[in-house]
Write a protein that binds this ligand. Structure first.
Ligand SMILES: Cc1cc2nc3c(=O)[nH]c(=O)nc-3n(C[C@H](O)[C@H](O)[C@H](O)COP(=O)(O)O)c2cc1C
Length: 451
């Protein structure tokens, strides 16, 4: 199983299998597109392709990564082995493969740019302060070392050649910009829509500051990333992406950006954020525009899998037999399923996970017979196997989610040991029902079963 080297190849494979649902009727990018997407995410959760978006000649695809299995498939990895493999590959970065001509530069626009006309004007939540790019991977070389950073950042489409970007330090892009700004320079930067999956996941991951995230993307896709030089800035971008916005993040300028309904399901109020000046838009002739609903199923997979991998890295130093790590419900907590060999392992797993990822605020450790992806099964384990008197650990004061205006709510961390004591192993053996796995209900229930 090989990784998909482009977003387009992945979308094509999903289409060929009949997984992509197509919306042919015209939809309004202001609220209607998101409303339809919400229904899809709460129902069958399939990828959704809008072929007629009012005011735009670009089709819009969303919810491509609605399932974790698609994340694994996009990277050519088996789902059960996803985290272990991602961790083992991360350090094996592959230098990029530079090409001269690229599909993403089939159309090049450098004059008369208006982001309020040239891109779909998707307005997501009720009180959003305008249309946003939500599926853009921003890539920039470090102003001194040249190592590439990649990260996802929402961008407000201000109009003309202007975007406003949320990219505060300690996020690495914010630090890159701060270093350029100290030297009195703008930061050349490109926004990639429809990046190769390997790059999408390196952008969502906490790769060390010094690492080159284009090389990490190559490691995760098992092949060097094909890149081409931008037309107007000294930045390399993925040759096989769908669309690139070339430009600069301006030094010394901040403007009001927001409000924006973000991934915690609330609004980030208006804040002073960075300004991006667009110099060119390049794209494939038949480009597909990717849109992500912050906090929707696709976003929680794109954010969640790198968190799971990072926690796997830390916990595996203490616990040899990890079944899997999941982030059911939300990404400020995780569930670690282990094959416990001694009582200390559950506690060590908790501590490693709580310290291993800054956002992680709640950790539950369960036995290997509990499905960490199934929130109901995890609650069952807490209620039947945890000893609250000794099995709940509160680490006071440590911050998790540090967004300025809500950080006091996210202070303190908690670990819950929901594993059964090894000394009582037999008492906690889960029941099994012989033959259950082979039963097909339709063989037993006839058409007249309502009588
Ligand atoms: C779809 C999506 C949108 C995101 N939007 C933002 C954003 O607007 N601002 C931000 O700081 N982080 C955002 N993130 C999270 C960062 O991309 C993530 O924390 C990443 O690890 C930061 O990269 P860095 O380690 O290079 O700093 C988003 C993540 C995803 C998957």
């Amino acid at each position: 199983m090989a990784a998909f080297e482009s977003f387009r190849q992945l979308v094509e494979a999903l289409r060929e299998r009949g997984e992509v649902a197509t919306v042919a009727r015209q939809v309004d990018p202001r609220h209607e597109l998101t409303a339809v997407m919400r229904h899809m995410q709460r129902g069958p959760n399939r990828p959704l392709l809008f072929t007629d978006v009012k005011g735009s000649d670009l089709p819009v695809i969303t919810n491509v990564f609605g399932f974790r299995r698609t994340v694994a498939e996009s990277l050519g990895l088996a789902q059960g082995d996803l985290l272990r493999t991602m961790v083992s590959l991360e350090a094996k970065g592959l230098p990029v493969d530079r090409v001269e001509t690229a599909p993403v530069q089939e159309i090049v626009k450098t004059q008369d740019i208006d982001v309020a006309r040239d891109l779909p004007q998707i307005v997501y939540s009720e009180h959003d302060g305008g249309a946003y790019i939500t599926a853009g991977v921003l890539i920039a070389p470090h102003p001194v070392t040249g190592a590439y950073n990649a990260s996802w950042n929402r961008c407000q489409l201000a109009g003309g050649d202007k975007l406003r970007v949320r990219m505060m330090p300690p996020q690495h892009l914010g630090r890159y910009h701060a270093e350029a700004e100290e030297m009195g320079q703008n930061l050349p930067c490109a926004i990639v829509i429809g990046a190769p999956p390997g790059l999408m996941f390196s952008a969502a991951s906490k790769v060390p500051y010094e690492a080159d995230e284009l090389e990490v993307a190559g490691a995760w896709q098992g092949k060097p990333l094909r890149v081409v030089r931008c037309k107007t800035i000294p930045v390399d971008v993925p040759a096989d992406a769908e669309l690139i916005i070339e430009g600069e993040v301006i030094a010394g300028v901040r403007e009001d950006e927001g409000p924006f309904g973000e991934f915690t399901d609330g609004y980030v109020p208006v804040m002073k954020n960075h300004v991006f000046k667009v110099k060119a838009i390049t794209r494939r002739r038949n480009a597909i525009y990717h849109a992500i609903l912050a906090g929707g199923t696709e976003d929680l997979n794109l954010v969640g899998v790198p968190i799971q991998a990072e926690i796997y890295k830390k916990v595996s130093a203490f616990v040899p037999k990890i079944r899997d790590i999941a982030t059911p419900g939300y990404v400020f907590g995780c569930v670690i399923s282990i094959d416990k060999q001694n009582e200390d392992q559950a506690r060590n797993a908790m501590l490693a996970a709580l310290g291993g990822y800054s956002w992680t605020k709640v950790v539950v450790v369960v036995d290997k017979d509990v499905d960490p992806f199934n929130a109901a099964d995890v609650l069952w384990a807490i209620q039947t196997r945890c000893t609250p008197e000794t099995g709940i650990y509160v680490v006071p004061r440590i911050p998790s989610y540090t967004r300025e205006d809500v950080r006091e709510v996210h202070r303190g961390k908690v670990g819950i040991d929901a594993t059964a004591p090894l000394s009582m192993k037999q008492l906690f053996e889960r029941r099994r029902f012989p033959g259950e796995a082979d039963i097909k209900l339709e063989d037993y229930i006839g058409a007249d079963s309502s009588h």
